[in-house]
Design a protein around this ligand. Structure first.
Ligand SMILES: [Zn+2]
Length: 290
């Protein structure tokens, strides 16, 4: 559960509250070894530093050292507030008005959060299916322009899969060339052996078949539900994913340079649909930034 804005402000309303809350979440440590003399130093919340008490040393380092908050010079409470706004999917321009930051600054901080959570995912998070698990696989087009009759070279194609299980694990991969070999490689990487793949792609990627995927990796085998063009799967679970993706990835971000980080963000959000706030705090706790 994501806290309400009121609950959030009680904990992170100013820099001191934020540092106290980050200490209690174990994101900022209450003590730190002095990097000059080796003595234990203690956090001084009002100064936002660790200060060494040894008279001959008096070394002082900021509480941000080694944390996510070292990435920006913005007040620590503002970085947290932007994290909250990013998590609740407030658009950049609205977040800029709400915080007094420029659009550019909000974009930067949003991108830091996106990278933070993306790096917190493991490859296992995007390996889906398994023995007897049904996996829906399909592709979708993320168009850059709203009104267009023909296909544009700018369009981004994404191949994705979702598990028909309680976990709803998902993988999403931008695909440069829509050919059977590329699709087979994606399936080998992201769909675990033994999965039952439901897809209509066999119809579009001619030449792709169960046997074509077995050639290179003989130990990998899938049950492919049907290779026959007559059989059409109703990929309901994945349809919801495509809708969510199109809502979440703004058209300006549908570029080869930017798409991947947005796909990772989407995968992280899917994984943490029920515990996004805790997931964010956990990522902040685990990360080390210089
Ligand atoms: Zn010292």
């Amino acid at each position: 559960m994501i806290p309400s804005l009121e609950e959030f402000m009680l904990l992170f309303g100013d820099d001191e509250k934020t540092i106290q809350s980050l200490i209690s979440c174990d994101i900022i440590h209450p003590t730190r070894t002095c990097n000059k003399c080796g003595l234990t130093t203690y956090v001084k919340v009002s100064r936002q530093t660790y200060r060494c008490n040894k008279k001959s040393c008096r070394n002082e380092v900021t509480v941000r050292t080694g944390t996510f908050f070292a990435l920006s010079k913005l007040p620590i409470s503002k970085i947290m507030l932007l994290g909250y706004l990013w998590l609740t999917q407030i658009p950049v321009s609205s977040a800029a008005s709400m915080t007094g930051c420029s659009n550019h600054t909000v974009c930067d901080i949003y991108q830091y959060y996106r990278k933070l959570v993306s790096n917190h995912l493991d490859f296992q998070d995007v390996q889906i299916g398994g023995e007897g698990v049904i996996v829906e696989v399909d592709e979708t087009k993320l168009a850059r322009r709203k009104y267009e009759r023909s296909q544009s070279v700018d369009d981004i194609w994404v191949v994705g899969g979702v598990e028909k299980s309680a976990d709803r694990k998902v993988f999403l991969v931008p695909i440069e060339s829509r050919d059977p070999a590329s699709l087979a490689t994606i399936l080998e990487r992201h769909v675990l052996p033994g999965s039952i793949i439901q897809t209509n792609l066999w119809n579009y990627y001619s030449g792709l078949s169960e046997s074509s995927m077995k050639k290179e990796e003989p130990e990998i085998s899938y049950s492919v539900c049907s290779n026959s063009p007559a059989k059409h799967f109703d990929i309901n679970t994945l349809r919801g994913t495509w809708e969510g993706l199109k809502q979440n990835v703004a058209r300006r971000n549908r570029t080869t340079e930017r798409i991947e980080e947005h796909l990772w963000e989407f995968i992280w959000r899917s994984k943490h649909a029920d515990d996004a706030w805790d997931g964010l705090l956990f990522a902040l706790k685990e990360v080390f930034c210089e």
